[in-house]
Design a protein around this ligand. Structure first.
Ligand SMILES: *[C@@H]1O[C@H](CO)[C@@H](O)[C@H](O)[C@H]1NC(C)=O
Length: 335
Protein backbone atom coordinates (compact mmCIF):
# COMPACT_ATOMS: atom_id res chain seq x y z
CA UNK A 1 0.00 0.00 0.00
CA UNK A 2 1.14 3.38 -0.75
CA UNK A 3 1.63 5.63 2.19
CA UNK A 4 1.73 9.17 1.39
CA UNK A 5 4.61 11.01 3.14
CA UNK A 6 2.20 13.81 3.92
CA UNK A 7 -0.07 11.48 5.95
CA UNK A 8 2.83 10.00 7.86
CA UNK A 9 3.87 13.46 8.97
CA UNK A 10 0.31 14.32 9.92
CA UNK A 11 0.02 11.25 12.19
CA UNK A 12 3.42 11.94 13.73
CA UNK A 13 2.40 15.52 14.38
CA UNK A 14 -0.88 14.56 16.07
CA UNK A 15 0.77 11.96 18.32
CA UNK A 16 3.43 14.48 19.37
CA UNK A 17 0.85 17.13 20.23
CA UNK A 18 -1.14 14.58 22.26
CA UNK A 19 2.03 13.60 24.19
CA UNK A 20 2.92 17.20 24.86
CA UNK A 21 -0.57 18.01 26.11
CA UNK A 22 -0.49 14.99 28.45
CA UNK A 23 2.84 16.10 29.84
CA UNK A 24 1.57 19.65 30.42
CA UNK A 25 -1.51 18.37 32.22
CA UNK A 26 0.63 16.11 34.43
CA UNK A 27 2.88 19.07 35.47
CA UNK A 28 -0.06 20.99 36.88
CA UNK A 29 -1.16 17.98 38.97
CA UNK A 30 -0.12 17.73 42.65
CA UNK A 31 2.36 14.87 42.95
CA UNK A 32 3.01 12.61 45.95
CA UNK A 33 6.60 13.95 46.28
CA UNK A 34 5.40 17.34 47.66
CA UNK A 35 4.87 16.48 51.38
CA UNK A 36 8.52 15.38 51.61
CA UNK A 37 9.69 18.63 50.00
CA UNK A 38 7.50 20.70 52.34
CA UNK A 39 8.94 18.94 55.38
CA UNK A 40 12.48 19.59 54.18
CA UNK A 41 11.70 23.30 53.60
CA UNK A 42 10.18 23.57 57.07
CA UNK A 43 13.30 22.01 58.61
CA UNK A 44 15.50 24.51 56.75
CA UNK A 45 13.37 27.40 58.00
CA UNK A 46 13.67 26.17 61.61
CA UNK A 47 17.47 25.92 61.28
CA UNK A 48 17.66 29.47 59.83
CA UNK A 49 15.67 30.74 62.80
CA UNK A 50 17.99 28.99 65.29
CA UNK A 51 21.09 30.42 63.54
CA UNK A 52 19.75 33.99 63.67
CA UNK A 53 18.88 33.47 67.37
CA UNK A 54 22.43 32.30 68.07
CA UNK A 55 23.84 35.25 66.11
CA UNK A 56 21.74 37.65 68.18
CA UNK A 57 22.98 35.99 71.39
CA UNK A 58 26.56 36.42 70.22
CA UNK A 59 26.17 40.15 69.67
CA UNK A 60 24.32 40.82 72.92
CA UNK A 61 26.69 42.28 75.60
CA UNK A 62 27.32 39.72 78.38
CA UNK A 63 25.37 40.22 81.59
CA UNK A 64 27.39 40.43 84.85
CA UNK A 65 30.95 39.14 84.17
CA UNK A 66 31.59 35.97 86.12
CA UNK A 67 35.41 36.35 86.06
CA UNK A 68 37.51 38.44 88.48
CA UNK A 69 38.36 41.95 87.20
CA UNK A 70 40.88 42.18 84.35
CA UNK A 71 44.42 43.35 85.26
CA UNK A 72 43.62 46.63 83.44
CA UNK A 73 41.35 47.77 86.26
CA UNK A 74 43.82 46.90 89.05
CA UNK A 75 45.07 50.00 90.93
CA UNK A 76 48.72 50.68 90.10
CA UNK A 77 51.25 50.22 92.91
CA UNK A 78 53.79 53.08 92.88
CA UNK A 79 56.93 51.84 94.65
CA UNK A 80 59.21 54.68 95.74
CA UNK A 81 62.84 53.66 96.30
CA UNK A 82 65.61 56.09 97.30
CA UNK A 83 69.10 54.85 96.42
CA UNK A 84 72.69 56.08 96.71
CA UNK A 85 76.01 55.00 95.23
CA UNK A 86 77.94 52.36 97.22
CA UNK A 87 79.62 49.01 96.58
CA UNK A 88 76.44 46.95 97.00
CA UNK A 89 74.11 49.35 95.13
CA UNK A 90 73.76 47.32 91.93
CA UNK A 91 73.33 44.03 93.79
CA UNK A 92 70.56 45.54 95.94
CA UNK A 93 68.78 47.12 92.97
CA UNK A 94 68.93 44.00 90.80
CA UNK A 95 67.50 41.91 93.65
CA UNK A 96 64.71 44.41 94.33
CA UNK A 97 63.90 44.87 90.63
CA UNK A 98 63.50 41.12 90.22
CA UNK A 99 61.14 40.94 93.19
CA UNK A 100 59.10 43.81 91.70
CA UNK A 101 58.99 41.97 88.33
CA UNK A 102 56.71 39.40 89.99
CA UNK A 103 54.04 42.03 90.71
CA UNK A 104 51.45 43.06 88.08
CA UNK A 105 50.48 46.72 87.59
CA UNK A 106 53.54 48.15 89.32
CA UNK A 107 55.38 51.40 88.56
CA UNK A 108 58.83 51.83 90.12
CA UNK A 109 59.91 55.34 91.10
CA UNK A 110 63.66 55.07 91.64
CA UNK A 111 65.24 58.23 93.08
CA UNK A 112 69.01 58.56 93.05
CA UNK A 113 70.78 60.66 95.64
CA UNK A 114 72.85 62.30 92.89
CA UNK A 115 72.97 65.43 90.78
CA UNK A 116 71.84 63.49 87.72
CA UNK A 117 71.20 59.96 86.48
CA UNK A 118 74.21 57.62 86.76
CA UNK A 119 75.00 55.05 84.03
CA UNK A 120 74.85 52.18 86.55
CA UNK A 121 71.29 52.98 87.64
CA UNK A 122 70.09 53.94 84.14
CA UNK A 123 71.41 50.65 82.76
CA UNK A 124 69.91 48.58 85.56
CA UNK A 125 66.50 50.23 85.02
CA UNK A 126 66.59 49.71 81.26
CA UNK A 127 67.46 46.03 81.76
CA UNK A 128 64.79 45.50 84.42
CA UNK A 129 61.83 45.37 82.04
CA UNK A 130 59.77 47.25 84.64
CA UNK A 131 57.60 50.29 84.09
CA UNK A 132 59.71 52.94 85.83
CA UNK A 133 60.38 56.62 86.38
CA UNK A 134 63.97 57.63 87.08
CA UNK A 135 64.50 60.68 89.30
CA UNK A 136 67.63 62.27 90.74
CA UNK A 137 67.56 64.46 93.86
CA UNK A 138 70.81 65.41 95.57
CA UNK A 139 70.65 65.60 99.36
CA UNK A 140 71.60 69.16 100.44
CA UNK A 141 75.09 69.35 102.02
CA UNK A 142 73.67 70.42 105.40
CA UNK A 143 71.65 67.16 105.64
CA UNK A 144 74.39 64.79 104.50
CA UNK A 145 75.80 62.38 107.01
CA UNK A 146 79.20 63.59 108.23
CA UNK A 147 82.26 61.36 108.50
CA UNK A 148 82.04 59.34 111.73
CA UNK A 149 78.38 60.18 112.46
CA UNK A 150 76.19 57.14 113.16
CA UNK A 151 73.62 56.43 110.44
CA UNK A 152 70.60 57.15 112.61
CA UNK A 153 71.75 60.77 113.24
CA UNK A 154 70.28 62.00 109.98
CA UNK A 155 67.38 60.34 108.23
CA UNK A 156 68.47 59.14 104.81
CA UNK A 157 66.35 59.30 101.66
CA UNK A 158 64.06 62.13 102.81
CA UNK A 159 64.64 64.48 99.86
CA UNK A 160 64.47 61.55 97.44
CA UNK A 161 61.10 60.30 98.76
CA UNK A 162 59.74 63.86 98.71
CA UNK A 163 61.01 64.20 95.13
CA UNK A 164 58.98 61.15 94.12
CA UNK A 165 55.88 62.57 95.87
CA UNK A 166 56.38 65.83 93.93
CA UNK A 167 56.56 63.90 90.64
CA UNK A 168 53.31 62.07 91.51
CA UNK A 169 51.74 65.50 92.11
CA UNK A 170 52.72 66.65 88.64
CA UNK A 171 55.71 68.74 89.69
CA UNK A 172 58.10 66.98 87.29
CA UNK A 173 61.71 66.01 87.88
CA UNK A 174 61.96 62.75 85.89
CA UNK A 175 65.34 62.13 84.23
CA UNK A 176 64.39 58.81 82.64
CA UNK A 177 61.57 56.35 81.99
CA UNK A 178 57.91 57.38 82.15
CA UNK A 179 57.76 61.20 82.43
CA UNK A 180 53.99 61.71 82.77
CA UNK A 181 52.54 61.41 86.29
CA UNK A 182 49.26 59.51 86.83
CA UNK A 183 46.19 61.45 85.75
CA UNK A 184 44.19 62.86 88.69
CA UNK A 185 41.63 60.40 89.97
CA UNK A 186 43.37 57.28 88.67
CA UNK A 187 43.35 54.43 91.20
CA UNK A 188 46.70 53.68 92.84
CA UNK A 189 48.63 53.11 96.02
CA UNK A 190 52.05 54.42 97.08
CA UNK A 191 54.64 52.34 98.97
CA UNK A 192 58.11 53.32 100.19
CA UNK A 193 60.46 50.40 99.56
CA UNK A 194 64.11 50.87 100.53
CA UNK A 195 66.55 48.96 98.35
CA UNK A 196 67.92 46.67 101.07
CA UNK A 197 64.76 45.18 102.62
CA UNK A 198 63.32 41.79 101.69
CA UNK A 199 59.78 41.75 100.25
CA UNK A 200 57.33 38.91 99.71
CA UNK A 201 55.37 39.26 96.49
CA UNK A 202 52.23 38.65 98.59
CA UNK A 203 52.79 41.97 100.38
CA UNK A 204 51.93 43.93 97.24
CA UNK A 205 48.52 42.28 96.85
CA UNK A 206 47.80 43.09 100.53
CA UNK A 207 48.32 46.82 99.88
CA UNK A 208 46.77 47.10 96.40
CA UNK A 209 43.21 47.97 97.49
CA UNK A 210 44.19 50.44 100.23
CA UNK A 211 41.46 53.10 100.69
CA UNK A 212 43.41 55.47 102.98
CA UNK A 213 46.48 54.17 104.80
CA UNK A 214 47.08 50.43 105.28
CA UNK A 215 49.53 48.90 107.78
CA UNK A 216 51.18 45.53 108.57
CA UNK A 217 54.05 44.16 110.64
CA UNK A 218 57.72 44.40 109.62
CA UNK A 219 60.17 41.65 110.58
CA UNK A 220 63.63 42.07 112.15
CA UNK A 221 63.28 45.74 113.08
CA UNK A 222 63.52 47.94 116.15
CA UNK A 223 65.58 45.33 118.00
CA UNK A 224 62.59 42.93 117.92
CA UNK A 225 61.61 39.83 115.92
CA UNK A 226 58.94 42.06 114.45
CA UNK A 227 57.21 45.40 115.02
CA UNK A 228 53.64 46.06 114.00
CA UNK A 229 50.13 47.28 114.76
CA UNK A 230 48.07 45.53 117.44
CA UNK A 231 44.65 44.69 116.05
CA UNK A 232 41.36 43.99 117.85
CA UNK A 233 38.10 43.23 116.04
CA UNK A 234 39.67 44.26 112.77
CA UNK A 235 40.82 47.69 114.06
CA UNK A 236 44.25 49.03 114.97
CA UNK A 237 44.25 49.63 118.74
CA UNK A 238 47.98 50.14 119.34
CA UNK A 239 51.46 49.14 118.27
CA UNK A 240 53.88 46.41 119.24
CA UNK A 241 57.19 48.26 119.57
CA UNK A 242 59.93 48.55 122.18
CA UNK A 243 61.21 51.96 121.28
CA UNK A 244 59.33 55.25 121.97
CA UNK A 245 55.85 53.70 121.86
CA UNK A 246 54.37 57.19 122.35
CA UNK A 247 55.25 58.23 118.79
CA UNK A 248 52.00 59.03 116.93
CA UNK A 249 52.80 56.35 114.32
CA UNK A 250 55.46 53.94 115.60
CA UNK A 251 55.65 52.18 112.22
CA UNK A 252 58.61 51.47 109.98
CA UNK A 253 58.88 52.99 106.50
CA UNK A 254 58.23 49.49 105.06
CA UNK A 255 55.11 48.97 107.19
CA UNK A 256 52.48 51.12 105.47
CA UNK A 257 51.04 52.18 102.10
CA UNK A 258 48.97 55.24 101.16
CA UNK A 259 46.17 55.49 98.60
CA UNK A 260 47.25 57.74 95.72
CA UNK A 261 44.01 59.83 95.74
CA UNK A 262 44.58 60.58 99.45
CA UNK A 263 48.16 61.73 98.78
CA UNK A 264 47.01 63.93 95.91
CA UNK A 265 44.21 65.39 98.03
CA UNK A 266 46.75 66.46 100.71
CA UNK A 267 49.39 68.42 98.77
CA UNK A 268 51.25 69.39 101.98
CA UNK A 269 51.82 65.81 103.11
CA UNK A 270 55.55 65.08 102.85
CA UNK A 271 58.47 63.85 104.96
CA UNK A 272 60.08 66.37 107.32
CA UNK A 273 63.87 66.13 107.25
CA UNK A 274 63.98 67.96 110.60
CA UNK A 275 61.73 65.40 112.32
CA UNK A 276 63.25 63.92 115.50
CA UNK A 277 64.79 60.47 115.28
CA UNK A 278 62.13 57.82 114.61
CA UNK A 279 59.49 60.43 113.76
CA UNK A 280 60.03 60.54 110.00
CA UNK A 281 57.12 58.20 109.20
CA UNK A 282 54.89 60.12 111.64
CA UNK A 283 55.75 63.42 109.92
CA UNK A 284 54.02 62.17 106.77
CA UNK A 285 51.29 59.99 108.25
CA UNK A 286 50.01 62.54 110.78
CA UNK A 287 49.00 64.76 107.84
CA UNK A 288 47.12 61.92 106.17
CA UNK A 289 45.22 59.79 108.67
CA UNK A 290 43.98 59.32 112.21
CA UNK A 291 45.68 56.28 113.84
CA UNK A 292 42.29 54.68 114.52
CA UNK A 293 41.50 54.71 110.78
CA UNK A 294 44.57 52.68 109.78
CA UNK A 295 43.57 49.65 107.70
CA UNK A 296 45.18 46.45 109.04
CA UNK A 297 46.39 44.03 106.36
CA UNK A 298 48.31 40.71 106.32
CA UNK A 299 45.65 38.70 108.20
CA UNK A 300 44.93 41.41 110.79
CA UNK A 301 48.68 42.06 111.12
CA UNK A 302 49.53 38.48 112.09
CA UNK A 303 51.68 37.72 109.02
CA UNK A 304 55.17 39.13 108.34
CA UNK A 305 55.65 39.75 104.59
CA UNK A 306 58.53 42.26 104.70
CA UNK A 307 61.85 42.13 106.57
CA UNK A 308 64.12 45.01 107.51
CA UNK A 309 67.25 43.16 106.35
CA UNK A 310 70.64 44.93 106.26
CA UNK A 311 73.36 44.10 103.78
CA UNK A 312 76.80 43.79 105.26
CA UNK A 313 79.36 46.27 103.92
CA UNK A 314 81.85 44.22 101.87
CA UNK A 315 85.47 44.36 103.00
CA UNK A 316 87.86 45.56 100.31
CA UNK A 317 91.21 44.83 101.99
CA UNK A 318 92.57 42.70 99.15
CA UNK A 319 91.25 45.08 96.51
CA UNK A 320 93.07 48.00 98.12
CA UNK A 321 96.24 45.95 98.38
CA UNK A 322 96.13 45.00 94.68
CA UNK A 323 95.32 48.58 93.71
CA UNK A 324 98.46 49.77 95.48
CA UNK A 325 100.39 47.33 93.25
CA UNK A 326 98.50 48.59 90.16
CA UNK A 327 96.72 45.22 89.79
CA UNK A 328 93.23 46.16 91.06
CA UNK A 329 90.01 44.73 89.54
CA UNK A 330 89.30 46.18 86.07
CA UNK A 331 87.39 49.44 86.68
CA UNK A 332 85.68 49.03 83.29
CA UNK A 333 83.73 46.06 84.66
CA UNK A 334 80.52 47.27 86.32
CA UNK A 335 79.82 45.56 89.65
C1 LIG B 1 40.22 40.26 110.92
O1 LIG B 1 39.41 40.36 112.07
C2 LIG B 1 38.04 40.61 111.80
C3 LIG B 1 37.34 40.88 113.11
O2 LIG B 1 37.74 39.97 114.11
C4 LIG B 1 37.46 39.42 111.06
O3 LIG B 1 36.12 39.63 110.75
C5 LIG B 1 38.25 39.21 109.77
O4 LIG B 1 37.81 38.06 109.11
C6 LIG B 1 39.75 39.10 110.06
N1 LIG B 1 40.43 39.09 108.79
C7 LIG B 1 41.36 38.17 108.48
C8 LIG B 1 41.93 38.27 107.11
O5 LIG B 1 41.74 37.32 109.24
Amino acid sequence: MKLKLKNVFLVYFLVSIAGLLYALVQLGQPCDCLPALRAAAEQLRQKDLRISQLQADLHRPPAVPAQPPEPEVLPTIYVITPTYARLVQKAELVRLSQTLSLVPRLHWLLVEDAEGPTPLVSGMLAASGLLFTHLAVLTPKAQQLREGEPGWMRPRGVEQRNGALAWLRGQGGAVGGEKDPPSPGSPGVVYFADDDNTYSRALFEEMRWTRGVSVWPVGLVGGLRFEGPRVQDGRVVGFHTAWEPTRPFPVDMAGFAVALPLLLAKPDARFDAAAPRGHLESSLLSRLVDPKDLEPRAANCTRVLVWHTRTEKPKMKQEEQLQRQGRGSDPAVEV
